[in-house]
Design a protein around this ligand. Structure first.
Ligand SMILES: *Cc1c(COP(=O)(O)O)cnc(C)c1O
Length: 379
């Protein structure tokens, strides 16, 4: 019985391609009261804390749902009802973060950038100095919209200097790009099962400073998304407050086991960086240009300019690439026609060259001129 190779390969930032072992971990059922299952919960929480070097200072509170549920839970639980959140915004996920604040009735101010710019720590410094009423900064580490890496460490220094709270959506960076609680002060870091840890989607988690979490009772405007309640219940019982995503957690536990075997964060980050380099240079060789400059590009997801040709149409492009075994992602830029390719997921070293060849063949099939010899290479 074999569950691999599991085609097509997902080159998307979650859901992504998972390993045979990770999928096999879902082939049994668990009771939510069962001691063996609750041991998995405890182990996963401890290992997630260790990845952020946060065990001494922080708690890991998991939450059912996709990543956005955990972002909403973090904002609702950490920001008091009369709080004021500053959101530096350079893309779609930053906009979602600001929208969550508004929907929850939290006062929000944004600093707006274009999608090819990094957030500037100096701007945040000025904004916090000018408005002592701002209680929190909420930022996105890797803005998955265009793929920009924002300077988390520098921003965290600024926020700490001003004595405000920092909430970080690290959904698409956690586990691959360094976040060290002992070096980089933060109140909350949010991530999910189905991103760089290469689990399946279905749960998120928030790493919260213990001294902050202890004071969060009653903040949340939501019953289900109250991280304080989830934490208190879990400390008391080792169980999740409501029905846990049992199979998702078992798969995440197995995915983390493989993550540690691979060499943890440095190895995961290096593998994604190699994928990113191979992708950018491979597509450049056939005349497809990446959107961001290399110095602000996170090795997680890359935005490419769509070919400037009348035959190009994303739907057809997507379908042709899929026929050749790869799933790409539409662009998320408001202004121009782009597509995105993820660097994350469990696929072998041949994955990226294979995708580059599939894209080259697709462009040829669409009658779009391709530069270079890669176009005729075997996939
Ligand atoms: C994936 C992602 C999320 C969560 O999206 P969901 O669709 O809810 O899983 C949030 N922020 C960022 C930066 C992401 O990459």
């Amino acid at each position: 019985m074999s569950h691999t190779p599991n085609p097509p390969i997902l080159l998307t930032p979650g859901p992504l391609t998972t390993s045979d072992r990770t999928r096999q971990a879902m082939l049994r059922d668990w009771g939510s009261w069962d001691g063996d299952f609750n041991q998995i919960t405890t182990r996963v929480r401890q290992r997630l804390l260790a990845i952020a070097n946060a065990a001494a200072t922080h708690e890991c509170v998991p939450m059912q749902g996709s990543g956005t549920f955990s972002v909403e839970a973090a904002v609702g639980t950490l920001v008091p009802r009369d709080g004021h959140v500053l959101v530096p915004s350079n893309g779609a996920y930053c906009q979602r973060l600001a929208r969550i604040c508004r929907v929850l009735g939290r006062k929000v101010t944004t600093i707006d950038y274009t999608e090819d710019q990094r957030v500037s720590p100096a701007d945040i410094d000025r904004a916090l100095a000018a408005d002592p009423g701002i209680t929190h900064v909420a930022m996105v580490h890797c803005e998955t919209g265009a793929g920009v890496l924002n300077p988390l460490h520098e921003i965290a220094q600024v926020v700490e200097k001003h004595g405000r709270g920092l909430i970080v959506d690290a959904m698409s960076s956690f586990g691959a790009l360094p976040i060290d609680a002992a070096r980089t002060p933060f109140d909350a870091v949010i991530a999910a099962s189905g991103k760089c840890l290469e689990g399946v989607p279905g749960m998120g988690f928030v790493i919260i400073r213990r001294s902050v979490l202890e004071k969060c009772e009653g903040n949340s405007p939501s019953l289900a998304l109250d991280l304080y309640d989830q934490w208190v219940y879990m400390q008391k019982t080792t169980q999740w407050r409501f029905t846990p995503p049992t199979h998702v957690l078992a798969a995440l536990d197995e995915a983390i086991e493989q993550y540690l075997e691979e060499g943890g964060l440095p190895a995961r980050g290096a593998r994604y960086a190699r994928n990113c380099e191979a992708l950018v240079s491979g597509l450049a060789a056939i005349g497809v240009r990446s959107f961001l400059s290399a110095d602000i590009q996170a090795p997680i997801i890359v935005t490419f300019h769509a070919p400037d040709h009348p035959n190009y149409e994303f739907k057809r492009f997507y379908a042709e690439v899929k026929k050749r075994g790869y799933i790409l992602y539409p662009g998320k830029l408001t202004q121009m026609e782009t597509f995105r390719v993820g660097c994350m997921g469990h696929f072998g070293e041949a994955g990226i060259p294979g995708a580059v060849a599939a894209i080259a063949q697709t462009l040829e099939a669409m009658g779009i001129p391709v530069r270079g010899a890669v176009a005729t290479a075997e996939a």
